[in-house]
Each structure stands twice: as C-alpha cells, then as structure tokens.
Design a protein around this ligand. Structure first.
Ligand SMILES: Nc1ncnc2c1ncn2[C@@H]1O[C@H](COP(=O)(O)OP(=O)(O)OP(=O)(O)O)[C@@H](O)[C@H]1O
Ligand SMILES: [Mg+2]
Length: 367
C-alpha cells in the first residue's frame, strides 16, 4: 500500500458509524482506494440497502478528503453488490474459513496481556444453554473473587444484555486515549460485559456479513478498556462458523467448554464441536451437560431429556464431564429477569452445579 493511501486511510479512520461509533475503516466499509494527482477514488460499502447514515457518512468522507486537498470520487454500493471486492488495507481475508490447521495458526494472534485466561463456551447446535452457562460461569467466577469479563460473541443473537439486566440501560461510554478510541465495558453483578446488543438492535446485526462481524469482534478485544482480568468468558453463537473461527485464530484461548444436553443424539453435536476445536488446536476443558434432570416437588429426579448424553460424550473423547446442570424454572426466570441464578439463588442445586463448574475451570486454568 502506498504511503499516500495509508495517509488517506488514517484520515478516514475519523469517520465512524454514527450508531456503533466504530470507524468505517475498521468495519471494512471503505474499499478499493486509489489516489492519483490529488484525486481520491474509493468505494463505500454500506452494510444494508437501507443504511440510515448514508448522507452523513458521505459528507464526512468528502469533507475530510477535501480538507487534505483532494478532490474525491465516491462509489457507494450496498452489501449485496459487494461480495467480491477486497477491503482496503487488510492483510487477512477476514471471513474466509481456514483451510487447514497451518492456515489457522498463521493468523496473527492479538496480544491480550491484561487477560489471564480466555474461556470459550460453545456447542455444536443452538438452544442448549450456552449463554446461560456463560453468564452463570462468569458470575460464579466473580463470586469466587476473580476479576471477570464476559464477551458476548453472538453478534447476530446477543443474549448477554438481557441475562445481565443491562438491556435498555444505554450504550457503553466511549473515551479518547490520545489518538485511540476506547469503549468502556458495561458492569453488572461484578462482571464487565460487552455485547453487540449494547450497540445495535438484533435486526440491524442480522444484516451484517462476515467481515463486519469479524471487525466488531476484534474491536471488542482491541478497543474495549477491559480491566486486568483473571478470566474472560466468551459466549459463542451456536455451531462452528466464522465467529468461532475468528476467535480461535486471533486470541490465545485457554480452553473451551462444550455445552450439550442429555439426549444421546446430542453426541453428534459434541463430535462436531470437538472436531472443530481440534482442527484449530483449541484445548477443550470438558463437557457440560445442561438440562440434565428435573427435581419434582416429590423430591424425585426426572430425566426429562433422557440421560447420559454428556457422560457418554465425555467418555468417548476422554474429556472431563465438568458439570451436570439440572433443569430448573429459576434458571430461565432469573435469566429473563437479568440476575444470574447463582446470585439470586446461591443455595439452589443448580447454582451449586454452576459453582462446581467454576471451581473446575479455576483448577484447570490456575491464576
Ligand atoms: N438449566 C436450565 N434450566 C431451565 N432453563 C434453562 C436451563 N438452561 C437454559 N435454560 C433456558 O433455555 C433457553 C435457551 O438457553 P440459552 O439462551 O442459554 O441457550 P443458547 O445455547 O445460548 O442458545 P443460542 O444457541 O440461541 O445462543 C433460555 O430460555 C434459558 O433460560
Ligand atoms: Mg446463546
């Protein structure tokens, strides 16, 4: 990249998406920059066909470039027309899955020196309770005295704002540190948290495509002013897609916790998750079986979803079964209400199971 293009890119880093406050250059909305004879031509790739800030963004770009003495020619396109052009100034093809382990390892890892352990909470399929486990694991670690962050990596379907009672509590504050913009994480129940849900409504996030999601995630790690953290728990979206790939490639993960349910058919999902993390060389700390059983008013245990799926999966791969979390209405009620059950009902069997999980994570990832 020429020094002049670099200069233009640096200047354009001042233009941020008005809602997310993230520079358009980081969101990879600026592409195909060419500079010749004091004339700049570039493509602005809008994230949706109804991008509401089109005019504002266009005016800002034009005014910055004119301020630098350039005339400019902007080519404004919408997401669906833009799949093949390459983002300006980026080394990696961001949304492209790694072809093999060597490629996965070749991606540049971000140094996160103020975070001792990054723990991923993952599953092969949706709805098994990843977010519930991530939030209660984070809260349990915090209760045990650790400093804890929770990164909601489910960009398309964030759950953390509601589960921590931060929904509708406004956006995170932004501060300037020299030239750098820093995002102050939100705080609840002794946990620092960041989620796309604090910035954009889910219907807007749904329209995002791979590279933008990737940029947002990197920004959550690079630009959020996390405290010195003992543990950062990351709540992943379901499955084994680009978001999981980005995280596994770009940060040093201490281990992943694979959540499953008791049905024996759930084994197939664990197999998928295990193969995925093995390929990316992310250690698996163990399996959590969620919704394991229900204790009725009669005190009896009922295996509503069958039994043995988690244990079977753990045994098959010689992984520890880290916890069996009972099915309990309090879990869902408290999640919807914004207080993790380990905080609202610390003596409930479900909370004891979460505390046991946190204890095992602490033993496997010592400080
Ligand atoms: N042990 C439990 N007892 C009762 N309800 C639970 C339990 N675990 C999770 N739930 C409820 O099940 C639903 C799904 O849980 P959650 O959102 O944590 O799943 P997820 O795996 O993160 O889903 P997604 O794949 O959509 O991200 C929620 O309503 C949650 O409150
Ligand atoms: Mg979830």
């Amino acid at each position: 990249m020429s020094a002049e293009i670099q200069k233009v890119l640096e200047a354009l880093a001042q233009v941020a998406d008005p809602v997310m406050h993230i520079p358009l250059t980081s969101l990879e909305m600026i592409r195909d920059i060419q500079v010749q004879n004091k004339q700049v031509s570039l493509t602005v790739e809008l994230t949706t066909s109804s991008y509401p800030h089109r005019q504002k963004v266009q005016q800002q770009i034009e005014s910055i470039l004119q301020g630098l003495g350039y005339t400019c020619h902007l080519h404004i396109i919408e997401k669906s027309n833009a799949q093949s052009s390459s983002p300006a100034g980026k080394k990696h093809s961001l949304a492209k899955p790694a072809q093999n382990t060597q490629e996965a390892q070749a991606a540049e890892q971000m140094p996160l020196s103020n975070i001792k352990h990054i723990i991923l909470v993952a599953s092969g399929k949706g709805g098994v309770g990843k977010s519930t486990v991530a939030v209660n694991l984070a809260a349990s670690l915090a209760l045990s005295g650790a400093s804890v962050g929770l990164l909601d990596a489910d960009i398309y379907g964030p759950s953390v704002p509601i589960m921590l009672g931060l929904d509708g509590k406004g956006q995170p504050e932004m501060i300037k540190e020299g030239e750098e913009q820093r995002i102050i994480p939100m705080h609840a129940h002794g946990i620092e948290a960041i989620s796309m849900g604090f910035f954009v409504p889910p219907d807007v996030a749904m329209a995002w495509r791979g590279p933008m999601v990737h940029s947002a995630l990197l920004q959550f790690m690079r630009e959020v002013a996390w405290s010195d953290l003992d543990y950062m728990v990351m709540d992943l979206p379901p499955g084994t897609g680009d978001i999981q790939m980005t995280l596994a490639q770009r940060v040093k993960v201490s281990g992943s916790v694979v959540v499953t349910t008791p049905q024996l058919v759930a084994l197939a999902d664990v197999i998928r998750a295990k193969a995925f993390f093995d390929k990316l060389r992310v250690p698996i700390l163990g399996v959590v079986e969620n919704m394991s059983y229900f204790v009725g008013d009669d005190g009896k245990k009922y295996d509503i979803f069958g039994s043995g799926g988690g244990a079977h999966a753990a045994e098959r791969f010689e992984l520890p079964l880290l916890a069996e979390i009972p099915l309990a209405p309090e879990v869902r009620i408290q999640s919807d209400d914004g207080t993790p059950v380990v905080i609202s009902h610390p003596n409930h069997p479900v909370s004891k199971a979460f505390m046991g999980l946190a204890q095992k994570v602490r033993e496997m990832c010592p400080l």
